[in-house]
Ligand binder design. Sequence first.
Ligand code: ARG
Length: 266
Amino acid sequence: MRHYLMVSPAYFAVEYSINPWMDPGKPTDTKLAITQWEWLRDLYVELGHRVDLLDPVPGLPDMVYAANGATVVNGRALVARFRHRHRRPESAAHLKWFTEHGYPDVQQAKWDNEGEGDFLVAGSRILAGSGFRTDPRAHAEAAEFFGVPVVGLALTDPRYYHLDTALTVLDDDMIMYFPDAFTEGSRRRLKELYPDAVLASATDAAAFGLNAVSDGRHVILPQAATGVIAQLRERGFEPIGADLSELLKGGGSVKCCTLELLRGKA
Ligand SMILES: NC(=[NH2+])NCCC[C@H](N)C(=O)O
């Protein structure tokens, strides 16, 4: 069973632009966003996982991307510090939630880090992105707070501004990623650590195919990412296609909406 935290898109809209996918001139449909998000929430429950909810806050339209609010490893919660002022107030809501829900070790981060947007737990290590949102100094802060080795990975393409838009952890030892989103040094590192990784095409990456959630068996990802869906099936995973078209307008999909609190055997 996995344990996730989600935030309803009740106040979702694209009111500013802090990534290349966001166009405030394009209309959004909050009702449809809610329907699509409820489908994802219900799917997790059907798969046997637990979903907790954090109340959305009016005036914080990006709060639906719950993954960015914190990173949780072994019950310790490091609350994000957002790069852009528009999202900074989300931290207070996460800090309050973790404190009220009995997490004994909750810390507000000192350096900019956007939670599980850039910190992805992979077995006994954390893969950590930088380049657009998370300050590389936050990597050392996380290593110290969690007592877990952190592997820094540098992102280069503004469309893939968070690690979770370019890389998915499939299980403790397996990942999938889009190599072109990384610097050459980081690509080399990934190849060394994961020689058998699933590699995504530019088309799948642009469909947000790497913004996926895996419970070790099922992989929930945008249905348009047909290339990786086929590869995952060949590897014995069970891909489940999602339609979160409204949330794509804010530059996020499945993983962005899902903050993982506890990893257990699926
Ligand atoms: N985990 C993610 N990649 N979340 C997506 C965040 C989207 C949000 N509009 C932002 O730019 O911050």
